[in-house]
Design a protein around this ligand. Sequence first.
Ligand code: ADP
Length: 301
Amino acid sequence: MAVVSRCSRAATAATTANATTAPTFAYLIRSLSPFSSSSSTFYPQNDLNNRNKPAVLGTLKRESKGRNVQWVFLGCPGVGKGTYASRLSNLLGVPHISTGDLVRDELASSGPLSSQLKEIVTQGKLVSDEIIIDLLSKRLEAGEAKGESGFILDGFPRTVRQAEILEGVTDIDLVINLKLREEALLAKCLGRRICSECGGNYNVACIDIKAENGRPGMYMAPLPPPPQCASKLITRPDDTEEVVKQRLRIYQAMTRPVEDFYRSRGKLLEFDLPGGIPESWPKLLCALNLEDREDKQSAAA
Ligand code: ADP
């Protein structure tokens, strides 16, 4: 009953917003609402010792009972959403779904949307809500057919309208807002390299911000590729200085309000990255009460 009323609310909102896109939204609604079974259900504990703990962490056990996590990663371009979402996805056994990757796959496929998307992405602009929801719906339906349940979304939602639609069709348990000092963001995007064969993400930037005027320094070591990837590295066409600056501006204008959307619902966990992966990963696990989980996985390996 609750799902039915949630679905009809979202459908009504979507239809009101744009009558011609209703079938696409219906597709998203169908894709998201059946997430219910669980093979590795996870309940974070209630004793999070974090000044920014969202209210939802205290009630998560009740809200997510019986299914896998449904989490969202927010954060500026270059902050490392993909890196941490992918690590958590491995740890928790839920799919990591990056809408940026879906857009890049569509671009590479030379399908009907390809040239339209190329122009938008290389200018650092956002793809329309309709297109992105269509790509996400198809990905969720394909996952569902393979028996996937739960998700960690990376790069979605990026507008308040996307957040409203998602909120209307499913319960997002937690939104992790990754934050990194602004000086580091541009350097991280410019240093990003991708293996054209395996898709692995690496970084050649060495970020070394000196302590100044009472602000602590910060060091992030490069993330070099393994030897088998070293000769196959490519740079994303939207990782140029001009386009990254435009993406950062668009983040401020379009996505910053999404943080408020989730903050006001008590779902936002603010996480300031203290440095590179070696410093940040254990602290993130601690903020999520997941240290035990990793210990058990390492012991079983
Ligand atoms: P970023 O490093 O800027 O976070 P992503 O890899 O997440 O980049 O996304 C790459 C591009 O794909 C974006 O600049 C945008 O054009 C498009 N895109 C990805 N997700 C969305 C979304 N939810 N809404 C609109 N456009 C999106």
